[in-house]
Design a protein around this ligand. Sequence first.
Ligand code: ATP
Ligand code: MG
Length: 566
Amino acid sequence: MVNAPVQRMSQLMAKTLRDDPADAEVLSHKLLVRAGYVRRTAAGIWTWLPLGKKVLANVERIVREEMDAIGGQEVLLPALLPREPYEATGRWDEYGPELFRLQDRKGGDYLLGPTHEEIFTLIVKDQASSYKDLPVILYQIQTKFRDEARPRAGILRGREFLMKDSYSFDLADEGLAESYALHRVAYQRIFQRLGLDYRICAATAGAMGGSKSEEFLAPAGAGEDTFADCPSCDFAANTEAIAYELKPVDAADVPASEEIPTPDTPTIETLAASLGVPASATLKNLLVKVDGEIVAIGVPGDREVDMGKVEAHFAPAAVELVTADDFTDRPDLVRGYVGPQGLEKVRYIADPRVAPGTSWITGANKEHTHAKNVVAGRDFEVDAYVDVVVVQEGDPCPNCGAGLKLDRAIEIGHIFQLGRKYADALKLDVLGQNGKPVRVTMGSYGVGVSRAVAALAEQTADEHGLCWPKEVAPADVHVVAAGKALQIELALDVSQKLAAAGVRVLVDDRAGVSPGVKFTDAELIGVPQILVAGRRSAEGVLELKDRRTGEREELTVDEAIARLTA
Ligand code: ATP
Ligand code: MG
């Protein structure tokens, strides 16, 4: 066995910083930079320094072991990819501005892979010919490129980042369900070993296409996703994926609709105040442009529209808000006074809360005028019901009706049953048992490897700095020489012995740095155990401190080695 090397702080290519980087908004960004794990190279583009690279490699190793355990075969695809396969599936265009596109010297189009469904599909098409070659799970741990609009959360949202992506190929739906279930278990093991607190949440499939999908969300204030958790049943879902059923009501008693003068009430607030009604009695009609076509979206006046849900509904079409210019040649659209009744040339989408039979106060399509007793299904038709409302704390659980609790979270993994979307586009068939070609069905599964490092930092850090779980920490023990030559000598000696026993050691052997600075750095760097050679070094006595609990204990060299190798 090769001894685990001793990493010496006196030689380490990393500087700790006392102050937070000026551009840092989230804790993981601040701490990973301050502790010398990463350095920013450009917006959303990061360099992993020695300690950071160790943590990243530990996460990779855990992911790899658990993927191998479910029979995944590791491959490595290129990151620089040709346009044609992405053209065939439509994603060359659909991916929009997030896709890094480039040309070679001959003018040929290429992209930097944001995700690799197309290329994996082609590999299986090339390598597998019969039902005997399936099922198969292929995976890679590789750099991905996405030109994110707001790469502001440090490692959490990079424009270049490390992902484990895997793909399953099966003959039938049951096989796909099995491959999906295997991944679900592998992901549970991965995140448990990483020491991440996470929830499995129902998710929308988004731009990836396909049907069933779940997200692994790590609760953290810095997260960009919101998930709803039911306090009384096991329901948990990304709020973007929550859709309520349509429940029509009886409108027999509602009088005929009539117009009411409402001067200067172009907003829900001014309207509700002037009529003395709650905003929830009014119908808000938001206008958007879907690939250039104006579409109206109706929601109760007291609720906000979730643009993520709207975009997911219309994907791959692009959705934009209307601007003043869009009204110039549209006399049928009276800004501030739009109502679905009599809107003929506009597609009308409504939230299920605007169910058939519900009655509303809404715009009368005339300046300074609204209409009351406007009933869905009686006075206006809805072209499609789509749940587009922002879910709020206390909304009823779709499963049991209890009030939902909302929390912020970081998406660390995502599993999809893709079905045949990519196999159809790229004509992936194998010969079936009866000699006839069978179209293959696929799953696609991702873990944010670099993001997991930042998510762990977010969840485990305390007021003193990072605080890694053992399996991912850059070392098992951080030995601190708190003093001069004598302490340095003892620290190096115990470090060598620990390394010989297989313990991963980081030793602070810097001369001329005060014990106070070394202690602060050790807390900031966050190795789980800190072993201090201090006042009693002449007697060969050290102090072992648990980074998380702060518990301390005095030990001889032999005792320390026994404790750290236990
Ligand atoms: P998000 O909603 O956060 O943009 P996504 O839905 O685009 O994520 P997927 O396409 O499912 O993500 O990618 C698989 C995994 O890769 C995600 O679960 C996440 O952990 C990670 N990931 C996605 N985008 C980034 C990024 N810009 N930086 C770091 N990790 C990312
Ligand atoms: Mg994304």
